[in-house]
Design a protein around this ligand. Structure first.
Ligand code: AMP
Ligand code: MG
Length: 525
């Protein structure tokens, strides 16, 4: 049996916070997907795991040496209502590995059978949703957005019963950790302060070791999670990603995107977009995501409060409430700063002076308002703005029913770009140090500023995203016909989101509007 160099800190340090449990064997495991590059990063024997042994291990039929499979306890606010006991109903943490960058990573199975947390569920997963997790997770990874990743998908050879009978599968998921806001809520709601304290210390050691030993470390943890979530959600917003089910049990402490259920990328820009069939009130609409992140952080703050002050010590408790409130109230500013940083890059602007924040924010807002008003494809509009930076706005204008619609905005944007280039020129003339790319542009030793800007913009504005019709097409072929070829081709395109060429072109096309209008995603169960 190939070796996994497990070092299982969760099992070792947090007894009482999980239930040891074993995966259920499946009849006919077949390895459909295996990420060899990720396996190498994890120090695994990729050649050994790419064959029959991998199928056995990633199905849960064989446990690698050193695995200590366990189901984690957690609670969660789902669509605003509190569920005191969720937990890993169909997932198991096998253990942790230290990867080649020295980072601790969880290796977990999903769809590996019922656990004591399964409630009414069957503990299983269908192939389509597990392949969706591969596609969207790898798309996010290629876009530079923090995410859990799929290491393997195994077809189990047994049916799972949903609205239809579907082929079953097990996913192997790699995560910086599976700690969630809901993990804290579970122990806080039960008044298990000792467990809560151990959990917080564990989370800090794992994700924010610089805080270890500090007196107000739960507050530091809250601040750190707020910063990571602000940056994560800003990245989602800048790439048009709708998570779809931002419950607190799907909100990580690590700041990674987790649980690709009813997720989707936006097509024609509209902040009110909701694709999830279960999100009838539109709670998790695209434009609501920043407020929801803040709401979820407030739930984390509440869960951490008992660690900050003894509830019976009223002045201390009031002080603690004031402290966490300050962190939650600061979230919108953290988010806006992260958003603007990303927007500036997308607009081809350098990370600017604070003095320009308001004007640059308004420039970005007005661009988005224009896309919304004109129902323009979000991804293509940003991408074609790069061509406009290089001097040719025709492709961008062609996206609009009335091609002159963006012209007034383009005048403002060009003026802003010109002002930035002029400032860089002045700085170069004064002999002031400028950053590398700006220096090259200003001194004429590199590309002209317009071309350098267009190039930078093409590195942050993707050409290919996981378009809903392409994802559905790939999953249907795999699930209905056992044909993985469309999945493989789409995955290859998603791994090079910034490349624009003939091979990529079919994946860059928006879905027909009538497809998008009727598009519904379902929870990944
Ligand atoms: P999710 O919607 O995937 O984030 O899951 C929410 C909760 O439902 C978690 O506690 C899951 O473990 C549980 N769950 C979802 N699907 C199943 C299933 N088929 N069997 C058992 N538990 C499940
Ligand atoms: Mg979940």
């Amino acid at each position: 049996m190939t070796a996994f160099a497990f070092d299982n800190s969760y099992a070792r340090e947090l007894p009482g916070l999980y239930v040891p449990f074993r995966p259920v064997a499946v009849p006919a495991p077949r390895l459909l997907y295996f990420n060899r590059e990720l396996a190498l990063e994890l120090g695994l024997d990729d050649a050994a795991l790419a064959g029959a042994q991998g199928a056995e291990i990633f199905a849960g039929n064989a446990l690698p040496d050193g695995a200590e499979p366990l189901a984690q306890a957690y609670a969660g606010h789902q669509f605003g209502g509190f569920s005191p006991q969720l937990g890993d109903g169909r997932a198991l943490l096998l253990g942790e590995l230290i990867d080649s960058h020295g980072r601790r990573r969880d290796i977990a199975l999903k769809g590996s059978g019922r656990t004591p947390f399964a409630r009414g569920g069957d503990g299983k997963a269908a192939l389509g949703p597990m392949l969706r997790e591969v596609l969207v997770g790898e798309a996010m990874y290629a876009l530079g957005i923090p995410t859990t990743r799929a290491l393997a998908v195994v077809a189990t050879g047994e049916p799972v019963y949903r609205e239809q009978v579907l082929p079953g599968a097990v996913l192997t998921r790699v995560a910086a950790s599976h700690l969630r806001v809901g993990t804290f809520e579970y122990f806080a709601a039960r008044g298990e302060l000792d467990s809560l304290r151990r959990l917080a210390d564990y989370a800090i050691a794992r994700h924010d070791p610089a805080l270890a030993g500090s007196a107000d470390r739960p507050l530091g943890l809250l601040r750190a999670v707020a910063q990571r979530q602000a940056e994560l959600v800003a990245q989602w917003m800048n790439v048009g990603f709708i998570h779809g089910v931002m419950n607190t049990d799907n909100t990580t402490i690590s700041g990674e995107t987790i649980d690709y259920g009813p997720c989707a990328f936006i097509e024609a820009y509209d902040p009110a977009t909701v694709f999830s069939s279960i999100d009838q009130g539109g709670r998790y609409a695209f434009g609501n995501q920043p407020q929801i992140a803040r709401w979820n952080l407030a739930r984390l703050a509440e869960a951490l409060l008992p660690l900050l002050a003894d509830v019976d010590d009223v002045p201390a408790a009031e002080r603690a409430v004031a402290q966490v409130t300050e962190v939650i109230d600061a979230f919108p500013a953290l988010y806006r700063a992260a958003l603007l940083r990303g927007q500036r890059a997308k607009l081809g602007l350098r990370d600017g002076d604070a003095a320009d924040d308001a004007a640059d924010g308004a420039l970005a807002d007005d661009w988005l308002a224009l896309l919304h008003r004109e129902r323009v494809d979000f991804t293509l509009a940003w991408r074609r703005l790069a061509a406009a930076a290089a001097g040719d706005a025709s492709a961008l204008r062609a996206l609009f029913v009335e091609p002159s619609a963006p012209d007034a905005w383009l005048v403002r944007w060009r003026a802003r770009c010109a002002a930035e280039d002029a400032a860089a020129d002045d700085a170069a003339a004064d002999g002031a140090t400028v950053d590398e790319a700006g220096g090259a542009a200003a001194t004429g030793s590199g590309a002209p500023p317009a071309l350098a800007r267009a190039r930078r913009m093409r590195e942050v504005n993707p050409y290919v995203i996981a378009r809903n019709h392409r994802v559905e097409e790939a999953l249907a072929a795999a699930s209905d016909e056992g044909d993985l070829a469309p999945f493989e081709r789409l995955l290859a395109a998603l791994r090079r989101p910034f490349d624009e060429n003939d091979a990529q072109a079919p994946y860059a096309e928006p879905a027909p509007a009538e497809v998008t209008a009727g598009y519904r995603t379902f929870c990944g169960t």
